[in-house]
Ligand binder design. Structure first.
Ligand code: BTN
Length: 142
């Protein structure tokens, strides 16, 4: 019995440790943010690049929102920093998001992001009002 206990301890550590130290936060999958917008990020390639689709719940245009492509990249990390661009298909603006993937106190993944939304202006005189800034938090859609 005395010899079995250390063996079981080593065995259980060997089984649990990869789970403890493996990547904790994975961008791949579907996410919803605090505005009700959702996005899906496809599997990330070896260089950390990824594609996906974004559907915004809010918009600054009378046009109907449609699915828009996103293109981004992330750092190799357990809690990766990342950035992506959404090229809106229903209007001529572009949004860039940057953020980091965390695991919150309840063990849930959360993407903490900031964004810049660049609107199209017809005159350089209107450039001063063309860029908005904000925050979005995304949680995983199960
Ligand atoms: C536009 O109206 O010009 C295009 C849609 C912009 C939607 C913005 S991007 C930042 C914020 N987060 C969202 O999920 N939607 C809005």
């Amino acid at each position: 019995m005395e010899q079995v206990t250390p063996f079981l301890l080593v065995l259980s550590l060997a089984l649990v440790a990869p789970g403890l130290f493996a990547g904790k936060c994975n961008l791949t999958g579907s996410w919803i943010n605090d505005l009700g917008s959702n996005m899906t990020i496809w599997p990330i390639d070896k260089e950390g690049n990824f594609n996906g689709i974004y559907y915004t719940a809010v918009k600054d245009t009378p046009n109907d929102p449609k699915r828009s492509p996103l293109l981004g990249s992330q750092q190799p990390s357990e809690y990766p920093t990342f950035g992506f661009t959404v090229n809106w298909t229903f209007t001529d603006s572009v949004t860039v998001f940057t953020g980091q993937c965390f695991v919150d106190e309840d063990g849930k993944e959360i993407l903490k992001t900031m964004w810049l939304l660049r609107s199209h202006e017809n005159s350089i005189k209107d450039d001063w009002k063309a860029t908005r800034v904000g925050y979005n938090n995304f949680t995983r859609i199960k």
